[in-house]
Design a protein around this ligand. Structure first.
Ligand code: SIN
Length: 527
């Protein structure tokens, strides 16, 4: 039975950063669902927020994060993550990440919504891809790291799952599906680190890649770990609106560099909604666009950056320029059509400030985790920062940690498929997947009501039963596992949203339009 000191699920910035540090202390396996470079990180355009300029301060970064978080961030966590930022940025540069610099060697900092200063380090408009490249190069040189591509984590193996109820529950291993052979491997380990990213695919429209199916939250939940703040799903205000390109992000840095948000009449509408205009925090801008589209009946709004001139636009936003041009939109000449789309999961598996979850041996880092940094609405570009800081801390904490001594645990049981058949009708899986995504978009989107949430809850319960039947009746496949995870995460979002009888940050409910002191706390769900 393959045995590792650390098993990491996910190969984005959090998982790879953790792997590099953990490999100094033991053997590491990285389980990743598709090819190694396929991650949410690789899609991050804007950048990584950190205080690197003398005119900026930790206090200002903390204040901006707390304001964006709608008074629900854990202030101590915010302070410590912000303070650790510069050191982690230096480490990224040491392993070869090339952030943009001015000719005098100073970083070229950009700005995004909710930031009071220029503090976003970036690599043109493809920052995530550059970070991912450098991390993968470093991982390739590390002999103690085994990379299992096209392998999908199924479920944790714990004391409780094995019926060893007498001792404190903890992680003993992980079942992993090999997509190519269909075999399920049993990996033995005392330490599993979830770094699976978010769950954008729960919604019909998202800026996330196809892999973002909430796997980590669903796996942790099934194993009994606490999950927090899942009602706070961030909708990015500006996803490209085009029939053949449904999840392409138009980075907020475009607005940071002077891009205007206009309606089809060419008039800027944000000043009517917020004094900070197009650079107000994301929850406010996304809601304003939603309201504007409903008010005018328009199918999209526009970001206009044409006034910055072709040279500036092509130099700063080459990825967006090229992609839009290929679709017939020359962004140096015409405004870009955009709509809001699901972008980031601000809640997740609840952890302490070192990534430890409520289940011994299970850590969660990056978007999959809820540390308290984001509160009710994440400040732009704080996510990559959180990922590197928590990866570092989790690696340090786990290097010191020893699993409890306890009676000998027998070899872990292999996966049993029983009499399961191959899935006979794929259409059933795809139909349910579509149904979940559409119902989440229609009933659990930017603006919610109790009635819509109740409807979603009722339908999701029925879908969960159906998916459970497939799970037990058929041989597992990646599609089936993703569907199972999606329905679990969708239900967690709806259950959390139903518990919060107020409007705060990203959770806006027409039945309770105000913020309430009674709900000035995280929503924590325990299975
Ligand atoms: C963006 O580039 O607009 C996304 C950055 C983020 O989500 O933090």
């Amino acid at each position: 039975m393959p045995t590792y000191d650390y098993v990491i699920v996910g190969s984005g910035i959090a998982g790879l950063s953790f792997a590099l540090k953990a490999a100094r202390h033991g053997t590491v396996a990285i389980v990743t669902k598709k090819e190694k470079a396929t991650s949410n990180t690789a899609w991050a355009q804007g950048g990584i927020a950190s205080v690197t300029d003398q005119t900026d301060s930790f206090a200002a970064h903390v204040k901006d994060t707390l304001i964006a978080g709608a008074d629900l961030c854990d202030e101590a966590v915010v302070r410590s993550i912000v303070a650790d930022g510069p050191e982690r940025i230096r480490e990224l540069m040491d392993i070869g990440v090339q952030f943009d610099h001015h000719a005098d060697g100073q970083p070229d900092l950009t700005r995004e919504g909710g930031h009071s200063a220029r503090r976003i380090l970036h690599a043109r408009d493809a920052t995530g891809r550059e970070i991912e490249r450098a991390l993968l190069d470093a991982v390739a040189a590390e002999k103690r790291i085994t990379l299992l591509e096209n392998h999908m984590a199924v479920d944790l193996i714990t004391h409780r799952k094995l019926g060893l109820g007498a001792v404190e529950d903890r992680v003993l291993g992980l079942y992993v599906l090999c997509e190519k052979t269909g075999a399920v491997l049993t990996l033995r380990t005392d330490r599993v680190i979830l770094a699976t990213g978010g769950c954008g695919k729960v919604y019909l429209y998202t800026t996330n890649p196809n892999i973002a199916t909430g796997d980590g939250v669903a796996i942790a939940w099934r194993a009994g770990a606490k999950v927090a703040n899942m009602e706070f799903i961030q909708f990015h205000p500006t996803c490209l609106f085009h029939p053949s390109e449904r999840n392409f992000l138009i980075t907020e840095a475009i607005r940071g560099e002077g891009g205007k948000l206009i309606g089809r009449d060419g008039v800027e509408f944000m000043p009517r909604y917020d004094a900070r205009g197009a650079l107000a925090p994301r929850d406010i801008v996304a809601r304003a666009i939603d309201a504007e589209m409903k008010r005018t009946g328009a199918t999209c709004v526009y970001v206009d950056i044409t006034h910055r001139g072709p040279e500036f636009i092509r130099a700063h936003f080459p990825t967006i320029y090229e992609r839009c041009l290929a679709l017939g939109i020359d962004i140096t000449k015409v405004p870009i059509p955009v709509v809001p789309a699901a972008h980031y999961q601000c809640g997740g598996v609840q952890t302490d400030d070192h990534g430890a979850t409520s289940l011994t041996g299970l850590h969660a880092i990056g978007e999959v985790a809820c540390t308290g940094l984001h509160g009710a609405n994440r400040l732009a570009s704080n996510s990559l920062l959180e990922a590197v800081v928590l990866a570092h801390r989790a690696a340090a904490a786990l290097a010191e940690w020893q699993p409890p001594t306890e009676p000998h645990i027998p070899d872990l049981p292999g996966w049993k498929s029983g009499r399961a058949n191959d899935v006979d009708e794929l259409v059933v899986i795809y139909h349910n997947w579509d149904e979940i995504r559409r119902l989440m978009w229609d009933y659990v989107g930017i603006v919610r009501t109790d009635k819509r949430l109740q409807r979603a809850s009722t339908r999701l319960r029925r879908l969960a039963e159906e998916v459970d039947e497939f799970y037990w009746d058929f041989k597992i496949t990646t599609d089936l596992l993703e569907l199972r995870n999606l329905v679990t995460v969708a239900s967690l979002i709806v259950d959390s949203a139903l518990l919060r009888k107020e409007s705060r940050g990203l959770h806006y409910n027409l039945d309770y339009k105000e913020q309430s002191e009674v709900f000035h706390r995280p929503t924590v769900l325990v299975r």
